[in-house]
Design a protein around this ligand. Structure first.
Ligand code: FNR
Length: 352
């Protein structure tokens, strides 16, 4: 079949455009502004070059690792995204099944098109993602309690889109192309029509969150040593180095560009992950070498979903795993714990 003909994530990107409504595809695949950071997220990986180890036994490769103590088969995780029902009718259920088959972790959005309880009926490691919502007692507390009760293993708090980017806002409010109004989304129905984003929230929100749940808190959207230190001071159990796939603010540093500074500041005090721009196995090995424990993949999962539902997501994950294991073997590392800083160096050539 057709899925087997898609050999790279770029093939999935091209193919998914054919079976997706143009405005939806734009919402999924484009970035903010002139797309400077969108491009930089992917291209900056090229600035790191491998220093491979030779004559190592790579006959048995093991990509397994742990996320906050839970075993996963590879450091390739399913990032949090919305509009999954616009990619495929099975939406999050398809993604969750593929994630389960690969024994990895999936992050489910508050704005998911299938309710968090229904996604949780598919076995497998899952985290639930929230924003610092207004009316925290009525909204956030209830969402977190529900997530806890249906078996989510961590809460991911997204802190980098306190207001939405301008193009994003325009696209969302232009209507007429099938986005479900927020108050009709399955996780939010019970709250009625309310204003969600609380632009006044500060780190105090995280302190409060720590008092209402025993689940680990993962802070998503850190790009600097300063905010990494703040996250630790407020009890973060993990952080995701991310610029949200450059969807809101253009002109930010690439995520992989920010990783060394953040990893250095954290210095082992909590787990560090990365998302934004992961498109191939070599990107993943570079992220691990620069201090990430695992990576989360956003758009490629949606493109896979659009190309073939569960089978499409499965194929995307298989492709990235195959590329990662191949790159590991060629770099002379047999297990992910052996991937360290000595495996890459920064390209010193001047760039245009
Ligand atoms: C996202 N992302 C996102 N992040 C988040 O914290 N909450 C959310 O609801 C969403 N929704 C969302 C929808 C869509 C369509 C996309 C493409 C992305 C951001 C996502 O989790 C992740 O940070 C980026 O997608 C990672 O970049 P790549 O892998 O897409 O380059």
């Amino acid at each position: 079949g057709q899925l087997e003909d898609l050999m790279t994530i770029e093939d999935f990107e091209r193919e998914s455009e054919k079976n997706t409504e143009p405005k939806i595809w734009r919402y999924v695949s484009h970035g903010a502004g002139i797309g400077q950071t969108l491009k930089r997220n992917c291209e900056y990986f090229q600035r790191y070059l491998f220093r491979p180890r030779v004559m190592r036994d790579v006959s048995q490769l093991d990509m397994g690792t742990t996320l906050l103590g839970e075993h996963i088969n590879s450091p390739i995780c399913v990032g949090v995204t919305t509009a999954q029902d616009k990619m495929h009718v099975d939406a999050e259920l398809a993604t969750a099944k593929a994630s389960r088959a690969h024994r990895t972790c999936m992050v489910v959005s508050t704005w998911s098109s299938v309710s968090m309880d229904d996604v949780a009926t598919v076995e497998g490691l899952k985290w639930f993602q929230i924003h610092p919502f207004h009316h925290r007692e009525e909204t956030t507390r209830r969402l977190v309690t529900r997530a806890e009760n249906c078996g989510y293993k961590a809460i991911v708090l997204t802190i980098d889109s306190r207001v939405v980017g301008r193009e994003f806002g325009r696209l969302m409010s232009s209507g007429g192309f099938g986005f479900t109004p927020l108050h009709e989304l399955p996780n939010l129905k019970e709250f009625g029509k309310i204003e969600y984003h609380d632009p006044s929230a500060s780190w105090e929100y995280v302190d409060w969150l720590k008092t209402i749940t025993n689940l680990p808190i993962v802070i998503k959207g850190i790009l600097t040593a300063e905010s990494a230190n703040e996250a630790i001071q407020h009890g973060a159990d993990g952080i995701i180095v991310s610029n949200q796939g450059a969807r809101h603010l253009d002109g930010m540093v690439a995520s992989i560009e920010a990783l060394p500074e953040v990893a250095k500041a954290i210095n082992g005090r909590c787990e560090v992950y990365l998302d934004s721009g992961i498109r191939r196995g070599t990107d993943i090995i570079k992220a691990l070498a620069l201090g990430a424990r695992a990576v989360f993949v956003g758009r490629p999962i949606l493109w896979g979903l659009a190309c073939g539902g569960e089978a499409g997501v499965d194929r995307v994950l298989t492709l990235l795993e195959d590329e990662l294991s191949n790159a590991m073997a060629l770099c002379g590392v047999a297990k992910v714990a052996d991937i360290d800083n000595s495996l890459v160096r920064h390209d010193t050539r001047p760039h245009v």
